[in-house]
Design a protein around this ligand. Structure first.
Ligand SMILES: Nc1ncnc2c1ncn2[C@@H]1O[C@H](COP(=O)(O)OP(=O)(O)OP(=O)(O)O)[C@@H](O)[C@H]1O
Length: 555
């Protein structure tokens, strides 16, 4: 169903819902709608950006207290309605930046969100003079219940339409990529930290607006609002309704809230138990929630890249690159992990258009060196130059702008997306439009098969096509044939040689298989004991006594 139709249906159902109902039922619906809006806010973080927050009630509570404080202390509500989301943004931004800085998924941000919500709960309890302490603050109602409900419907629809517009934009495409495969997103030039942080911050602001609207409907706000109870409830509503969907957050929050209120206190315990069981069932059997069940029956991938991703806006030239410069120059690269000195002053040059294979015994530091060139690891010392530009401190997505393309040991593609969407994503920010050879036409045209269904060799081929669509000038490959059968490995090597001849792209390849090295390499570099012990043609390398001793174990 088209997005506009779904939104229209949602609006029609919400507008029609209160007619014929009594005041209590409409007030209950109003609460449900506020919670729906809250779930919508959380969905921007959890559903769209893949950032799980277990303390989103912090932002909801800030909105609610903003309204309560404005009434209690005769402040202009308009000021607080601007100040509260601004405060949420000011809190959310450092939280998400710190949470994502370590690169460890989920845990840091989850702990931070819990910590901040408990801190705010403590503040609301302790600052008795300002907040009324544990008793909280009462709030004057905004007037006729149905009128307020319809106002909320307008706000909900405006938020939903704005979200859908953003999600269908190029920003939405970047967010989809960064939340599903941060490593491949970065390798296509996407600043994942920026797009995911932005989504989290907007999510916090929307949750704050929802909290402010809730306070007016509920008539009372107390420190409980910041508690983990509400933060986990909203997670349950969203999981039930369906993450990353236009109607899912409302589909979960409104019926559950209405059901809870209607049942009354006698059945509350059973209701919560039933809800918990339903949650477990949904997570187990329908992880995309109610909204996702409908999508399950339609053909094609569950996640689609928005149409805006097809509109190419070539990234600006990679400025600062010297003409005729070597593709890669490494000078004195040092890297330690704790007491282990892995790289001790590595010097290496890859001339433009050449293929250099990096070999060495297990643990010599080959993958570490490749990760430093790609920007995944920072060197402790030394200099990285890519096409003449100083790149030591340049983040991954900006190295892509310098012309770097990377293939991983385990092929890294967006498994939820179709093959065509993977290619579209790779092309979205490429510096120039690269016509892929006709042999990749099947990938470019396949908008229905998910990449997850591909066998390893085909996934590797898709990854190569994605890298090529990004117009790389220096490709980094870590054991590209790992896991492939002999035929597939030979086909890949043929393809890489063809790429090298066709595009003139330089390559730095970590490889163990000497047959592949012999086939592929213009030059071979041998890494041992933290340094380069030999650099030259394959025949020179195999005849080198130091290499035979260190690498092949031959005296
Ligand atoms: N993140 C890390 N933390 C701690 N030690 C690490 C880390 N990454 C690599 N190492 C260590 O650094 C050394 C070099 O590892 P690296 O993977 O770069 O070697 P390699 O030459 O690629 O080996 P292989 O051929 O077996 O893949 C190893 O001793 C490894 O245990």
């Amino acid at each position: 169903m088209r997005m506009t139709v779904r939104l229209g249906l949602l609006a029609a159902v919400l507008v029609a819902a209160p007619f014929g109902l009594g005041t209590f039922a409409v007030a209950t619906l109003t609460l449900g709608l506020c919670y729906g809006l809250f779930a919508y806010g959380l969905d921007l973080s959890w559903g769209r950006a893949g950032l799980l927050s277990v303390g989103h009630a912090a932002f909801f509570g800030l909105g609610a207290y903003a309204v309560a404080l404005s009434q209690a202390h005769d402040l202009t509500i308009a000021v607080l309605l601007v100040a509260a989301p601004a405060l949420s943004v000011a809190i959310a931004l450092p939280m998400v930046r710190i949470g994502l800085a370590s690169g460890i998924p989920d845990a840091p941000l989850i702990l931070l969100t819990i910590g901040v919500s408990l801190l705010l709960q403590h503040a609301a309890t302790s600052l008795t003079g300002l907040t009324g302490g544990t008793n909280g603050l009462s709030i004057r109602s905004p007037g006729v219940v149905t009128t307020y409900y319809l106002t909320l419907v307008v706000v909900a629809v405006v938020v939903a339409v704005t979200t859908v517009t953003v999600v269908r934009s190029r920003f939405g495409a970047r967010l989809t990529a960064a939340s599903r495969n941060p490593e491949r997103a970065a390798q296509t030039g996407i600043d994942g930290l920026h797009v995911r942080s932005t989504a989290f911050v907007v999510s916090a602001a929307v949750s704050t607006v929802a909290g402010a609207l809730y306070a007016l409907a509920a008539g009372l706000v107390s420190p409980q609002i910041f508690g983990l109870g509400l933060s986990t409830s909203v997670l349950v509503w969203l999981a039930l309704g369906g993450r990353g969907s236009t109607v899912g957050p409302f589909l979960g929050a409104v019926p559950v809230t209405v059901g809870e209120q209607m049942l009354g206190s006698t059945w509350q315990g059973w209701y919560v138990l039933g809800l918990a069981a339903l949650f477990v069932l949904v997570v187990q059997f329908a992880p995309t929630g109610l909204a996702g069940i409908a999508r399950h029956w339609t053909r094609g991938p569950a996640v689609r890249l928005p149409p805006a991703a097809s509109v190419r806006r070539p990234r600006k030239g990679s400025g600062g690159q010297a003409r005729g410069a070597a593709a890669l120059v490494l000078k004195g690269i040092h890297k330690s992990f704790g007491p282990v000195n892995v790289l001790r002053g590595v010097d290496l040059t890859v001339e433009d258009g050449r293929c250099v294979c990096l070999i060495g015994p297990n643990g010599a530091g080959k993958s570490t060196l490749l990760a430093i060139v790609a920007g995944q690891l920072a060197p402790d010392g030394g200099e990285v130059r890519i096409f003449g530009a100083a790149a030591s401190a340049v983040p991954i997505h900006d190295r892509v702008r310098l012309g770097v393309g990377r293939m991983f040991q385990i092929p890294s593609v967006l498994t939820d997306l179709s093959l065509a969407d993977n290619i579209r994503l790779a092309r979205m920010d490429a510096p120039e439009h690269v016509e892929l050879p006709a042999e990749y036409d099947d990938l470019v045209r396949d908008g229905t098969s998910e990449a997850r269904a591909l066998p390893l060799a085909d996934r590797r081929r898709l990854e190569l096509a994605m890298v090529l669509a990004g117009a790389p000038r220096l490709m980094l490959l870590d054991e590209p044939a790992a896991g492939l059968g002999p035929d597939d490995a030979r086909a890949l090597v043929r393809e890489l040689k063809e790429v090298s001849h066709r595009t003139g792209c330089a390559m730095l390849v970590v490889e163990h298989d000497m047959t592949i090295v012999r086939e592929l390499a213009d030059d071979v570099v041998v890494l041992h004991d933290g340094g380069v012990i030999a650099h030259g043609a394959m025949d020179e390398i195999t005849a080198d006594p130091a290499v035979r001793e260190a690498y092949l174990g031959v005296h």
